[in-house]
Design a protein around this ligand. Structure first.
Ligand code: ATP
Length: 231
């Protein structure tokens, strides 16, 4: 098991937003984490990343309890978050964005170095000198994805990566995620409002409602089920 959540609860201030979340993810598995706005998907990703303290339960990554492990060390272990609303430095150029993150996350045996992300997203190679914040939404999202995978990611936590992207770009980016996961045994938790696009690449579907998991099964089981009334 690569990532295991057991009875996790988390929230903000005195408010508990997610509770009793148990989830086990294998290496190479893509899990679509779906649910209506406010269901608790982002809160779950933040809890996994260590950006929110857990109120109950535990999380293990690669067999190690994460309880006392901070965000930077979780990144070093291979957990990567692509945050909602794009995790890029808008005032830096594309090349500067890539270099800043590479300096921290790319070691000698890295799966994805600087040259690899430019190969994966050739448009970014052409835009190296462009200020990141001035690019189109799609290009910014490709940059955010590049920053998330630089180094040796083992589990990508992708929070609504399709937001603001044209449909053909969504399909292309998701195919790239799929390919990268398959070729490197990388797992991904994909939080998405674009259900069709997410189901197209997911191995498994987890649906949240009001801070709890209400469905966990294959995409076919999800399609055939009555869980869609939660949306
Ligand atoms: P969305 O698609 O809208 O991001 P989500 O499923 O990711 O939905 P969360 O962002 O995890 O949901 O939010 C779950 C609940 O937690 C919501 O009721 C939200 O109002 C609340 N919440 C989120 N962030 C905070 C915060 N910083 N402080 C207080 N409450 C918050």
């Amino acid at each position: 098991m690569l990532l295991q959540l057991t009875g996790v609860a988390a929230g903000y201030g005195s408010k508990i937003v997610i509770s009793d979340i148990s989830l086990a993810i294998h290496p190479g598995q893509i899990v679509a984490l779906l649910g209506h706005n406010g269901a608790g998907k982002t809160t779950t990703l933040r809890g996994i990343m260590g950006l929110l303290p857990l109120r109950a339960g535990s999380i293990a990554f690669d067999g190690k309890a994460l309880e006392r492990i901070g965000v930077a060390d979780r990144v070093a272990m291979g957990l990567r978050l692509l945050p909602e609303g794009r995790g890029i430095f808008p005032d830096l150029t594309v090349a500067e964005n890539v270099e800043v993150v590479a300096a921290r996350n790319v070691g000698p045996d890295a799966t994805f170095g600087v040259a690899d992300v430019y190969k994966l997203f050739p448009v970014l190679d052409e835009r190296r000198a462009t200020r990141a914040g001035s690019m189109s939404g799609g290009q910014q999202q490709m940059l955010a994805m590049s920053l998330a995978i630089l180094g040796t990611p083992r589990c990508l936590l992708l929070d609504e990566p399709s937001i603001g992207l044209a449909p053909n770009l969504v399909e292309r980016m998701f195919q790239q995620v799929h390919q990268v996961c398959r070729s490197h045994g990388m797992a991904a938790v994909l939080v998405e409002q674009n259900v069709a696009a997410a189901l197209a690449i997911a191995d498994r579907v987890v649906i949240m409602n009001n801070g709890q998991i209400v469905f966990d099964g294959s995409p076919d089981e999800a399609r055939a089920s009555n869980v869609w009334h939660y949306f």
